[in-house]
Design a protein around this ligand. Sequence first.
Ligand code: CA
Ligand code: CA
Length: 269
Amino acid sequence: MRKILIFSSFLFILFQSNILYAQTDLNFEIMHYLANDILLGVGENKLPHNNESFSKAKKLMKNVYYDNQKSFYCGCQYDYKQINGKEKIVVDAASCGYISRKNAERGKYIEWEHIVPAHAFGNTRQCWREPICTDKNGKSFKGRKCCEKTDKMFRIMQADMYNLQPAVGEINADRSNYHYGIIAGEPREYGECDFEIEGKLAEPKEDIRGDIARTYFYMEATYGVKISDKQRKLFEVWNKQDPVSEWERTRVERIEKIQGNKNKFILNP
Ligand SMILES: [Ca+2]
Ligand SMILES: [Ca+2]
């Protein structure tokens, strides 16, 4: 009798702890969703758009730029070519007087640059700041890989086409996650391309400065990306000095058709 009692108590405790475990799990899920919602002020059913795939977004950009295949920073013509069975976006360096600074291989191809870098929008997410992921060796990690794995909203941000521009791979690499700003003088490190880097600052050519400013404003309004006071002042000036061009409008209209959400900073500035 005593044995039965002990055994049934054991079963009871096991049963209870399972419920508790399941509830904790459920609570964690709910908390996770609530945290996302509070942070963004939107419900999961009100995501700005529904594409979670960065690689799909990059492919779709072909349908936006098909009649204006020019790189963002340097204005180089580019074209899609099959190289060793893979589709590559090849830069026509002669079209823009591009000369590689250091990384000739990456200078040959177009990459899709995040104007607001992944670091800046990722930083708003827990998966970027805290090591909430575990690799197969049991080591915890954080950052881009962790966010791609666990955070739907991060994937949505990363795949937002309004934030993507075609850039010569070498320029994309050199810009890294640096802020934009003004650099004294006009040093040229990429042939005729008017793009400068000094310390941790990147200076874009004048006729894309407004485009950059409005992209930051869009990412701030849509995802809560932080803009410092100093950056905001600069972007407000750039927004005025380089107003919305016909191409910028066309680009945004095409993205809106694909992605679904509006970009009020360009269509109703
Ligand atoms: Ca300069
Ligand atoms: Ca412009």
